[in-house]
Write a protein that binds this ligand. Structure first.
Ligand SMILES: *[C@@H]1O[C@H](CO)[C@@H](O)[C@H](O)[C@H]1NC(C)=O
Ligand SMILES: *[C@@H]1O[C@H](CO)[C@@H](O)[C@H](O)[C@H]1NC(C)=O
Length: 419
């Protein structure tokens, strides 16, 4: 579903500067060793059987020369190291935001200033000041962040949630905007729960700013993602049948999976949950789900909320804001497809594993294996986690055009107890 996108900078950037750095230092080291040896050679070969006085004089002069050269080299190494460290910092963006640069919004400056705690050091946490929660990625998007922070304090915020989403997708949580009122939209026609789960949501009750479509009819006809074809129509099409009626052997049914959980599935997390239908079906079975979503090309968050479900507006680049071992089930679809980087998938899997309790279920739902390599990577990753395969089906399903086939993997995996 258009809920999660995972564009971040090239992960290899982290390692490249370090290599440049160490090879440059290595060359300098080598030069210094060579230079020292040449001087030493010079010092010893030059000592001919001349008068003792001259020899002593020369040796003294040479030693002096050598030590001068060596300290010069050491100074140069030191300077280069500093320069390289600075370059590395710049490349990684670890340097904190430069507040002296010209067009930094004043609200941003105020937010980034350190604020001492009014009563001094907090005895329990040891904290003495409140520090702005702005990640290092914001340095790279400083202009966008500054644009976002340009507003009149205590007035209405600019209607630009899509700018906030852009920042989130660049790994920069737009946390600081805290002194203006976000645009509010009257939510008309909300139904009581559980009637709300399957009622269409009024076009008027969501914000369409920054989106191509301006109505649910439009987003339903426009194919937003592979996973969300018509997913806003809760009446017609496949959406009302999802998870209760299978189209193929890769579609598992919620009741079957809950049975595998042995009656102890109570709370769960749905990654890339589209319009919230998984959470809706689970809530009918008294399981409380949190649906992770972004508003990519459609108002997913508001739609899910209007159904009476819990939307979590978060990109998959972030650490899940949950404590370890708390969920009974984690459900993920193709959205887990995080691009070609294996590490990316690993980061995600480890975080899913962290929030899932031992004995809890990880339901991988119709994960699209674009090629053999992807399938191999995924299966190897699953093996490494040592989950018990309660159900595991590799199959095919028709692609979006209906002419070709996609290879997909569906599995219900149980987290082992690790000691
Ligand atoms: C819900 O929306 C779909 C299309 O968006 C429409 O076909 C259907 O009639 C609507 N249902 C109700 C009850 O309004
Ligand atoms: C859900 O909980 C309600 C109230 O506790 C109960 O009446 C209902 O039977 C439960 N539904 C299921 C499917 O367990």
């Amino acid at each position: 579903m258009g809920s999660v996108s995972l564009k971040i900078g090239d992960g290899t950037a982290r390692f490249r500067p370090a290599t440049i750095c160490s090879s440059a230092v290595n060359i300098l080291m080598l030069l210094s060793v060579v230079a020292t040896n040449i001087f030493a050679l010079y010092a010893f070969t030059y000592s001919s059987p001349r008068a003792h006085q001259t020899l002593l004089h020369h040796t003294h002069k040479n030693v002096h020369l050598i030590s001068e050269q060596v300290s010069l080299i050491l100074r140069e190494i030191d300077a280069s190291q500093k320069k390289l460290a600075k370059m590395e910092k710049e490349l990684l963006g670890y340097e904190s935001l430069d507040l002296s640069r010209p067009n930094i919004a004043s609200e941003l400056k105020i937010f980034l200033d350190r604020h001492s705690l009014p009563l001094g050091k907090d005895s329990r946490t040891g904290i003495t000041e409140m520090v702005a929660s702005v990640g290092h990625s914001c340095e790279k998007s400083a202009d966008l962040l500054s644009l976002y922070m340009t507003y009149k304090p205590l007035g209405p915020c600019p209607d630009d949630w899509s700018l906030a989403q852009k920042l989130i997708l660049r790994g920069c949580e737009p946390l600081p905007r805290r002194r203006c009122f976000a645009k509010s939209i009257p939510k008309t026609g909300l139904r009581p729960f559980p009637v709300s789960l399957w009622k269409n949501v009024s076009d008027k009750s969501v914000s369409w700013s920054g989106l191509g479509c301006k109505s649910f009819e439009c987003v339903n006809t426009k194919k937003i993602t592979r996973e969300c074809a018509g997913c806003f129509d809760l009446v017609n099409g496949y959406e009302p049948q999802k998870f209760v009626k299978a189209r193929g052997k890769n579609d598992f049914l919620i009741d079957d999976v809950l049975t595998m959980g042995g009656g102890s599935i109570r709370i769960g997390f749905d990654i890339g949950g589209g319009s919230g239908t998984f959470a809706a079906r689970m809530s009918e079975r008294n399981v409380t789900m949190i649906t992770n979503t972004l508003n990519i090309d459609a108002p997913f968050s508001e739609f899910i909320a209007a159904r009476g479900l819990f939307p979590l507006f978060l990109s998959l680049d972030h650490r899940f804001p949950f404590y370890d071992n708390v969920f009974d089930i984690v459900h993920a679809s193709s959205l887990l497809d995080v691009g070609p980087k294996v590490e990316k998938l690993e980061f995600l899997m480890f975080d899913i594993d962290r929030i899932l309790r031992a004995g809890g279920l990880f339901w991988l739902d119709n994960f699209y294996c674009a090629n053999e390599e992807k399938k191999r990577v995924l299966t190897r990753l699953i093996e490494r986690f040592g989950y018990k395969k309660l159900k595991y089906v590799v199959g095919e399903k028709p692609d979006a055009s209906g002419t070709g086939k996609l290879e997909v993997l569906s599995a219900v995996l149980q987290k082992p107890v690790r000691v």
